[in-house]
Design a protein around this ligand. Structure first.
Ligand SMILES: [Zn+2]
Length: 101
């Protein structure tokens, strides 16, 4: 566990970890990531599934994309979003279990 000593956390790692917790610290972003657990969705699909404005969904997807937590593929004019990081999805799953036990 040598790598887990706090003194070994460099600035870049600290920044990414804190930004990632920030990403998970918002109810709307949690709902979007949770929806993307198993399926890919278009912006419109997310908007309908979660009853959110498309502009809200787009804004949050940009935030999540910047942190490489979601990715998209293009099909015609539609972008389909999916999650892009197993670690963070595992943390989210653990946190949901934690909240429910
Ligand atoms: Zn717990």
């Amino acid at each position: 566990m040598e790598n887990h000593h706090p003194e070994n956390l460099d600035e870049e790692t600290l920044f990414v970890v804190s930004q990632t917790f920030k990403a998970l610290g918002d109810p709307t972003r949690i709902r979007i990531l949770h929806l993307l657990f198993t399926n890919e969705y278009s912006v419109n699909g997310i908007s309908e599934a979660l009853n959110l404005k498309q502009s809200t969904v787009s804004h949050q997807l940009r935030f999540l994309k910047n942190l490489r937590l979601v990715k998209y593929r293009r099909e015609g004019t539609t972008l389909y979003y999916s999650h892009d990081d197993e670690h963070v999805m595992n943390i989210l799953e653990q946190m949901i279990k934690h909240a429910r036990h």
